[in-house]
Design a protein around this ligand. Structure first.
Ligand SMILES: NC(=O)c1ccc[n+]([C@@H]2O[C@H](COP(=O)([O-])OP(=O)(O)OC[C@H]3O[C@@H](n4cnc5c(N)ncnc54)[C@H](OP(=O)(O)O)[C@@H]3O)[C@@H](O)[C@H]2O)c1
Length: 312
């Protein structure tokens, strides 16, 4: 058992868990269920901050005041789980989070991912040797102005084997946790083999893989996480970043259900995910307060039996 679980100070500071027995209200005043992300209890409607950077997730945002306002509105609306990375911008998104939200409220779970960095032209290059993972984490802490994060995900490249190199990468994150820089270790873009191999070595608090109505290929990973009570955090839950026209928001099943329930396609996509498994934590991304409010209000969209059948 992780010692951090037992080392709760009387007065939580940022980076420490808050004890939370109830449910938060979203901006739509609906109850949003919660789930544990390691030592943190978080609303299942979180926020992915990647969209706050400029085009191509590189450089400054088109509308900086709006980006800051989105972050503040997210937290005011009940979001207490924010996903980020130093390589968004780079540093642009972390700087925005710091400017908008620092000093961070106790219990706000900021989660980053490690394994890549940006070159001068915006290209993504690997930064995933064990010492680079540690350096990447320290760069995140510096730009966020934090001593400790709720978790860091070891972000693997497509097709990475579950081998001794993976063990060494994981060991770097375990060391960072033991040194108090993160409360929990997470994994991203993984297979069930990675998860089982990692669990033989240490506790894993979250897994972040692509998962949405149009791409269920990570279902075995989700099921393994569900069986073990590990938070599963899908990225691209609104179908962004996938080939061709948006396969989620443009899905005829989603559009039909949305029209019948008086909801938007984005809300149906999020409600479907919330309904799918109780350990699933959403991090939809947006750079707009209008879309943010719409996404938080997905908590009030109840899928009836007919909708569940249609979306299956
Ligand atoms: N682990 C990984 O490898 C990995 C990879 C990618 C992303 N991520 C994480 O996952 C998070 C989510 O990913 P994402 O933001 O790329 O994809 P997403 O959540 O599927 O979709 C975001 C896109 O949908 C639009 N959108 C948001 N709300 C909407 C609404 N209500 N109606 C219509 N369009 C809406 C946004 O545009 P507007 O800004 O115009 O609203 C944005 O273009 C990221 O922020 C990041 O933290 C992780």
């Amino acid at each position: 058992m992780d010692e951090l679980r037992h080392a709760r100070p009387a007065e939580p500071r940022y980076g420490e868990p808050k004890t939370f027995s109830g449910q938060l209200m979203s901006s739509s005043n609906q109850r949003v269920s919660r789930f544990d992300l390691g030592t943190f209890s978080v609303s299942r409607l979180g926020f992915g901050a990647m969209q706050l950077a400029g085009p191509g997730v590189f450089g400054p945002p088109r509308d900086r005041p709006e980006a800051l306002a989105v972050l503040r509105a997210a937290v005011e609306g009940g979001v207490d789980h924010i996903d980020t990375a130093q390589y968004y911008g780079p540093d642009v998104v972390n700087d925005l989070i710091r400017e908008a939200l620092h000093p961070y409220p106790p219990g706000l779970a900021i989660v980053t991912k490690l394994g890549a960095r940006r070159d001068n032209r915006g290209g993504i290059v690997l930064y995933d040797e064990p010492h680079q993972l540690r350096a990447g984490l320290e760069e995140n802490l510096a730009s966020l102005g934090a001593d400790r994060l709720a978790a860091a995900n070891l972000r693997l490249v497509d097709g990475a084997p579950a081998d001794t190199r993976f063990d060494d990468q994981l060991a770097a994150l375990v060391q960072a946790r033991d040194d108090g820089l993160i409360a929990g270790v997470g994994l991203s873009n993984i297979t069930v083999d990675h998860l089982l191999r990692a669990l033989a070595l240490t506790e894993i608090v979250c897994v972040q893989n692509l998962f949405n109505l149009a791409d269920l290929s990570s279902l075995p990973v989700l099921q393994e996480c569900t069986a073990r009570g590990i938070a599963f955090v899908p990225f691209f839950s609104l179908g962004s970043g996938m080939r061709g026209p948006n396969p989620v928001l443009g899905d005829p099943r989603v559009r039909t259900v949305a029209a019948r329930l008086g909801a938007t396609p984005a809300q149906v996509a999020l409600a479907w995910a919330l309904d799918y498994a109780s350990n699933l934590l959403l991090i939809p991304g947006t750079a707009s307060r209008v879309h943010l409010a719409e996404n938080l209000a997905a908590a009030s969209v109840v899928l009836d039996a007919a909708a569940r059948r249609e979306l299956r």
